[in-house]
Design a protein around this ligand. Structure first.
Ligand code: COD
Length: 391
């Protein structure tokens, strides 16, 4: 598993002692909690407001029962993500929203939920197989007081999640271990509004000083120009909600010149012109751009391109789901990006991360969902769920 890297574990006295198998839990919990003493942590632990600081503070009040998910979280938190940390801090200031988790009976899903519940970012409701949920919850020290709604299959769980949102009182919906398409069908049927639904991966990388919004890598398979314009507007609105006032958008293709044989170059050029004419609002859009000249001014200079977006793109609009998905996972696995994933345009913010994404991605996605909900509470709170897209 990605997070369980022996080199990383051995760097920290606490993690070295953390259990790697459920059987080790007993032995681990019998040790005195002094292993979590701040003197033994790295320097950045001491920064007030840092993840490490918050976790230590919370650990003191949660007790040792929660040490296991905490250890996992710390392991993954051994990546510096100042941008995500500051958004998480903003989310901590709000009272917890209620979040339903569809198909929750899987370890990394429940570890993400445990972190969120412990930090009181959300109040979770779990949907899925009750005995599976109970077994994993007790292994990881997740409170037994979290409500569980039984479901017999992932389709059943997705339908129930959508049903609960429509009944009211659920402000965020999270995909657990179900397949994306199984999760998305009932959402399209039940939570569609006037907007097209689209997905954004937010990526933070140590090599790039700002967030990268990657869209659409998980929902719209082969969008046409009209769909791309809507996907882009959703991402721009999301950036505004998170405080990026005039995001810079790179409409990506393989090259930076229009080539009639590469249709994504034509779409990208049209999107840039649509933004010039006010058909897409609130962003500086340029395209076509190739990935290198979108994120590197040097690369753009070498190719003789002068673009206000080069080197400082906030949003990457991808030609299709396949290229977007490969880019997001490349960044995650080869460049160490931390990702959060959100579906926009539904009647509540919907969290969609890959099933292999770590608990920390789920945690950060829920922080983003919280901020989005609070940025537009009237839009999300009790709106009409039945307005079909395109009508
Ligand atoms: N927003 C709003 N309405 C939509 C959207 C959208 N993004 N997509 C389709 N619709 C509407 C259509 O207009 C139509 O009225 C109805 O929904 C059904 O449309 P279909 O038949 O094209 O859609 P489905 O239900 O067959 O498929 C929709 C999915 C989102 C499930 C599909 O596009 C899909 O499987 N996407 C990829 C999901 C995935 O596997 N991701 C993996 C990466 S994690």
């Amino acid at each position: 598993m990605k997070g369980w890297d022996d080199k990383k574990i051995n760097r920290h006295p606490y993690l070295r002692a953390a259990p790697r198998k459920p059987e080790d839990l007993e032995r681990f919990f019998s040790k005195p909690p002094v292993i979590l003493s701040p003197e033994r942590w790295p320097d950045h632990f001491h920064h007030k407001g840092s993840i490490w600081h918050n976790l230590y503070r919370n650990y003191c009040s949660w007790g040792r029962k929660n040490a296991f998910p905490l250890a996992r979280y710390l392991l993954e938190a051994d990546v510096s993500t100042p941008l995500f940390d500051s958004l998480a801090d903003r989310a901590r200031r709000f009272p917890p929203l209620t979040m339903a988790v569809v198909d929750a009976g899987e370890r990394s899903v429940l570890e993400g939920v445990a972190l969120l519940a412990m930090e009181k970012i959300v109040s979770p409701i779990l949907i899925g197989n009750p005995s599976q949920i109970q077994k994993i919850s007790s292994e990881i020290g997740l409170s037994q007081e979290i409500p569980v709604v039984p479901a017999h299959s992932d389709e059943d769980a997705a339908r129930m999640g959508v049903g609960l949102v429509k009944e009211g009182g659920i402000q965020i919906l999270m995909k657990g271990h179900s397949h994306s398409d199984t999760f998305l069908h009932p959402i399209l049927e039940g939570l569609r509004r006037k907007k097209r639904l689209s997905h954004v991966y937010m990526a933070e990388l140590s090599t790039y000083g700002r967030f990268l919004f990657i869209t659409d890598a998980a929902m719209n398979i082969a969008p046409d120009l009209e769909a791309k314009a809507q996907i882009l507007q959703n991402a721009i609105d999301m950036a505004h909600c998170l405080g990026i006032q005039e995001p810079k958008v790179a409409a990506l293709s393989a090259v930076e010149t229009v080539n009639p044989r590469i249709s994504s170059t034509i779409d990208a050029a049209c999107l840039a012109k649509m933004a010039d004419r006010g058909q897409i609002k609130g962003a500086i859009v340029d395209g076509p751009l190739a990935f290198d000249n979108a994120i590197s001014q040097e690369a753009a200079k070498t190719k003789g391109i002068s673009s206000p977006v080069s080197g400082s793109a906030d949003i990457l609009l991808l030609p299709d789901l396949v290229s977007g998905n490969i880019l997001a996972k490349d960044l995650e696995y080869l460049a160490g990006a931390t990702l959060a994933g959100i579906i926009l345009g539904a009647s509540v913010p919907v969290i969609l991360t890959s099933r292999s994404d770590p608990p920390r991605s789920r945690f950060l996605s829920a922080c983003i969902a919280t901020l989005l909900w609070h940025a537009k509470p009237r839009e999300y709170d009790g709106g009409d769920h039945e307005v079909p897209f395109g009508s």
